[in-house]
Ligand binder design. Structure first.
Ligand code: C2E
Ligand code: CA
Ligand code: CA
Ligand code: CA
Length: 278
């Protein structure tokens, strides 16, 4: 018995060491990638049910490393956050997204872009200044730039985050609460933040087809968000059945593979010129 325990412990440790080594390798390569500006952005369109048109797109970062191959954001963003590299990535992403949006708006009037920010960024005053400056210099209307932030990102220092978000809001940028339903905060707590949009996490959206109790949660979330004056986006919409449920519940905007997968800016421009039959 004692032996088996020891063996298991060893196996567990080896797994941990490997994961740790991988993190160090990713962090090292990431440092070079940040310097080389080696990130690409894909854009996933969002469909407004209210306006019956594509109203926006979300910028999603991609990194293809020479040695590591493709590394997905779910893996490298947390490492970038731990190693302090995240803010350089966020600034690069925003700069590219603004340039691409100017091009995309030639294909779709009034299109907006969403950029994902880390909670770490939101706590840094110089970053907030640069966001406002970058958007002003782009010449794009600030209201066409949406900043997506997760609720968990804000709990570290809610008062500081709130002050910064109010500055961004005053500068005209729109704030979106991302992944709603995965954290602990309630809509009541979010009332203190200058958000204009709520994104319901796909873990709540995807079971809509088969479980009626989930339907009730999503329906009341949408109603409460509307009472607070928030526009509601459902993410991870993969089939028509879920589209129908969300439409019946009064959801404002849909995003997911059912509409389109994330794609390069040039591909989105072509797609906007000739959207698939709806
Ligand atoms: P997120 O912000 O919740 O982004 C949505 C994720 O769901 C994206 O994964 C997208 O490709 C995927 N997705 C979209 N539609 C569907 C669908 O119908 N079904 C399914 N199963 N998935 C769908 P991705 O691009 O791998 O990004 C993962 C996460 O990484 C993002 O989650 C976000 O938290 C983070 N991320 C991505 N880009 C950035 C960025 O530029 N900056 C920061 N800070 N985080 C980013
Ligand atoms: Ca997002
Ligand atoms: Ca999300
Ligand atoms: Ca997510």
């Amino acid at each position: 018995r004692a032996n088996r325990g020891a063996e298991r412990f060893t196996v567990y440790q080896v797994g941990q060491d490997e994961a740790h080594l991988r993190q160090i390798r990713v962090a090292n390569r990431l440092r070079e990638a940040v310097e080389a500006g080696a990130f690409e952005l894909l854009y996933q369109p969002k469909y407004s049910l209210r306006q019956a048109r594509i109203s926006s797109c979300e910028a999603l970062v991609r990194w293809q490393d020479e040695e590591l191959g493709p590394v997905f954001p779910d893996e490298f963003i947390p490492i970038a956050e731990q190693t302090g590299m995240i803010t350089a990535i966020s600034e690069a992403v925003l700069a590219t997204a603004l340039a691409d949006l100017a091009m995309l708006r030639e294909h779709s009037d009034g299109l907006a872009v969403s950029v994902n920010l880390s909670g770490i960024d939101i706590l840094k005053p110089p970053f907030i200044d640069r966001v406002i400056e970058q958007v002003r210099e782009s010449g794009l209307p600030a209201s066409a730039v949406v900043l997506e932030i997760t609720e968990t990102a804000m709990v570290e220092d809610l008062e500081l985050a709130r002050g910064h978000l109010l500055r961004l809001d005053a500068a005209g940028l729109a704030l979106s609460i991302d992944d709603f339903g995965t954290g602990f905060s309630s809509l009541g707590q979010l009332r203190a933040l200058p958000a204009r949009e709520l994104k319901i996490d796909r873990s709540l959206v995807q079971p809509l087809g088969d479980r009626s109790e989930d339907r009730q949660i999503v329906a009341s979330t949408i109603d409460m968000a509307h009472h607070l004056g928030l526009s509601v986006v459902a993410e991870g919409v993969e089939n028509m059945e879920i589209v129908n449920h969300l439409h019946a519940m009064g959801c404002d905007v849909l995003q997911g593979y059912f509409l389109a997968r994330p794609m390069p800016a040039e591909a989105l421009a072509a797609w906007l010129d000739e959207p698939p039959a709806q």
